[in-house]
Design a protein around this ligand. Structure first.
Ligand code: FES
Length: 364
């Protein structure tokens, strides 16, 4: 009795590309679905697989991705099949019996010879990133079909490339075609391109409009601030800030050294002259008592002469000619820390006897 290897267990490892090679070789053992290949329930029994050892080995050999695995034991060799042709017919009959009626009614696409399929399948498994050459017309290539099913069954994506001639109008053709003849997306792209709008929706007109709005708002803000300040000034009391009426003019020794009868013009811009009398100094107001003009000190004539109407005043301020009705006025004067200080807020009039006030002069 001859012995031989007998298959006692067969299984399929992950990686099936659904090429039908195994089912063609052993239809009673393998069943190829739309997504993968499974072992038929009867073939899960060692008693069933032993007589089919040759077919299972053939299926494993023809599998392009080598996912069919099996275990063998040494045992009594089964009786040989009469002829290869008869074996093929038996396989076909067995497959027809094994398939369900609905499945059997659906004819699968013709396949390449198993060897060719194996070669192309292995090549694809080694370099899956390479896109196969595909013809979009005519009979589909079984190997390509198997590869596409394998890719899509695992969640992948398969793409069949086309030439420009096959893929219809190109982008340049769409640019030349009228918008009314284009599909909606191409028409929108053409309109956006013509209007100058970018994919982000930013246009030249939009930028200019935004700039104009920004300038407008800036001007509005500026005008609002100016208006608020003007309103505040309008609501506030209209108070004039006058300069400090007290003027510190210098050390007392300077003015004490003046000869009697002399006039110091240095503080005429401040509104007064410093006059040196016999035993004192005084601050004489420069405003003419007629109509408010400002007289000038004429040293040669020893008098103040008003240029407006000709009024004349002696060096002490007494009026003696012209329309001036009364003498010039004097300001309060004092010495603070050795410095002479004139206070223009307080005036002293000769006709009222105020020149005798101690605050209207400083003794020297
Ligand atoms: Fe001085 Fe008339 S204002 S004389």
């Amino acid at each position: 009795m001859a012995t031989a290897e007998l298959v006692t267990r067969v299984w399929i490892e992950p990686g099936c590309i659904v090429c039908d090679a195994c089912e063609n070789a052993a239809p009673t053992v393998f069943h190829v679905t739309d997504d993968t290949c499974v072992i038929r329930p009867d073939a899960l029994n060692a008693e069933f697989t032993r007589p089919l050892t040759a077919e299972i080995k053939e299926a494993a050999e023809e599998c392009p991705v080598d996912v069919i695995k099996f275990e063998v034991v040494m045992g009594e060799a089964p009786a040989a099949t009469a002829t290869p042709a008869a074996a093929k017919e038996e396989k076909a009959a067995a497959k027809a019996d094994a398939d369900e009626p609905a499945t059997a009614a659906v004819k699968k696409a013709p396949h390449k010879p198993a060897a060719a399929a194996k070669e192309s399948g292995k090549a694809a498994a080694k370099s899956p990133e390479k896109a196969p050459t595909v013809s979009v017309a005519g009979e589909p290539d079984p190997a390509i079909q198997a590869l596409l099913r394998a890719a899509t069954s695992r969640g992948g994506m398969a793409v069949i490339g086309k030439t420009d001639a096959e893929s219809g109008p190109t982008a340049k053709m769409w640019e030349k075609a009228p918008a009314s003849e284009l599909p909606p997306d191409a028409r929108q792209a053409k309109v956006l391109k013509a209007s100058g709008e970018t994919k982000d929706g930013v246009t030249r007109r939009g930028v200019l409009t935004g700039s104009a709005l920004g300038i407008g708002w800036l001007a509005f803000g500026g005008a609002s601030v100016v208006s608020a300040v003007a309103f505040q000034r309008f609501m506030m009391p209209n108070v004039l800030e006058e300069p400090d009426p007290r003027v510190r003019i210098g050390k007392l020794e300077v003015y004490a050294a003046m000869p009697p009868g002399e006039v110091n013009n240095d503080h005429k811009p401040d509104g007064f002259w410093i006059i040196r009398l016999e035993d004192r100094i005084a601050a004489l107001n420069i405003i003419c008592t007629h109509l408010g003009c400002i007289p000038n000190w004429l040293a040669n004539d020893r008098k103040f002469k008003c240029p407006c109407h000709g009024s004349g005043f002696r060096q002490a301020g007494i009026n003696f000619e012209g329309p001036a009705p009364r003498p010039l006025e004097r300001f309060r004067i004092e010495v603070v820390d050795g410095f002479v200080v004139v206070d223009k807020s307080k005036k002293y009039q000769y006709e009222k006897g105020q020149w005798e006030s101690a605050e209207s002069f400083v003794e020297v």
